[in-house]
Design a protein around this ligand. Structure first.
Ligand code: TXA
Ligand code: MG
Length: 319
């Protein structure tokens, strides 16, 4: 198992040797390596069991540093970066040759962001290279929002996990790119569409590509627990499956007819922000319970609700 700790200097030393460290961000934990070191980047793909056609996000700590990896920052991208970085926003922009093709899977755009976590910002400030970091989970499984989640699945392959506590946002960054000058959201996430549209006007949201996706986080089946997850009206579903051994993931209410220890309510006060923060941890808990399947419901489509529903949909079995 990996050592879990808060020693930024130890993390820095490991990264400088070309090895990997799991790092906290406000969205989910990342599996980080030197983005400019091909051997480190190769290790990321190996440890995650990730196909090499699925490119990595580059993390840095200033807009100035980000610029050094980009050909050009369109005005709208600049507006978003100024307003929302550090934060749960990834920009997909044309890369400079200094970003290895391995990081972008040969694509000419690089995904880049400044994460909003004090420990990781401190680490990035002290490093003279950016960090490539996908979510620190095996490919296709639920992203980790606590250090222990990383240790559970990747601990055997890692020396050190930098523990920054539970992630405050809880779903991955929103990915925004531009096509013919028009903004596209390729993955809904921790920055809401409302926040983005307030800054740059209306955006198109692309989702649920089944083949050759611009971002494989868009693949239909992703972020999935090992137990089947069925989404629908929970009142109806609990009646339909009465007598069966299931767990419940609800938004703001609980169900008297089902044992309390088999249900998780994401936000009794009805906040999509709180629900996002708890979502992946709740799915992990339910996945470990002695139940056969999970029943869940969609949350309201406002704020972070879109990102939550997107993750639920991809985690579910498609009936
Ligand atoms: O919040 C986050 O974004 C977290 C934290 C660790 O920063 N990272 C994350 O990385 O979610 P990952 O690798 O699990 O998801 C990144 C998504 C993938 O769907 C990938 O295909 C897409 O971003 N992506 C990365 N680079 C890309 C590129 N050059 N072109 C198109 N899509 C890209
Ligand atoms: Mg991921």
């Amino acid at each position: 198992m990996a050592t879990i700790g808060t020693d930024v200097l130890r993390a820095k030393a490991i990264l400088e040797q070309g090895e990997l460290v799991a790092i906290p961000t406000e969205t989910v934990y990342g599996l980080a390596g030197n983005a400019l070191n091909l051997s480190a980047v190769t290790k990321i793909f190996q440890v995650k069991n990730r196909p090499s056609f699925d490119p990595l996000i580059v993390h840095t700590n200033s807009l100035e540093r980000a610029s050094s990896f980009l050909k050009h920052i369109p005005d709208m991208a600049y507006t978003l970066a100024e307003a929302l970085w550090p934060g749960p926003l990834t920009l997909l922009l044309e890369k400079q040759p200094n970003v290895p093709d391995l990081v972008t899977s040969g694509l000419d755009r690089v995904a880049i962001r400044i994460p909003n976590h004090p420990m990781t910002l401190q680490l990035l400030t002290q490093l003279d290279f950016p960090l490539a970091a996908p979510s620190a989970n095996p490919f296709g499984y639920i992203s980790p929002t606590e250090a222990i989640h990383v240790n559970d699945q990747l601990g055997a392959k890692l020396e050190y996990i930098l523990d920054g506590g539970p992630c405050s946002v809880g779903v991955e960054s929103t990915i925004v790119g531009f096509e013919d000058g028009k903004p596209w959201v390729y993955r809904t996430g921790g920055t809401s569409i409302e926040q983005i549209e307030a800054l740059i006007g209306s955006v198109s949201v692309q989702s649920h590509s089944t083949s050759n996706p611009a971002a494989p986080g868009m693949l239909k089946s992703h972020y999935a627990p090992t137990k089947p997850l069925i989404i629908g009206d929970l009142q109806t579903l609990t009646q339909q499956y009465e007598g069966k051994n299931f767990g419940i993931l609800s938004f703001d209410r609980s169900f008297g007819a089902v044992a309390a220890d088999k249900q998780i309510t994401l936000s009794p006060m009805g906040s999509t922000q709180e629900a996002a923060q708890k979502l992946f941890g709740a799915l992990r808990v339910l996945d470990k319970l002695p139940i056969e399947f999970i029943l869940a419901e969609y949350v309201p489509e406002k704020g972070l609700g879109k990102a939550i529903n997107d993750r639920l949909k991809r985690a579910s079995i498609q009936l």
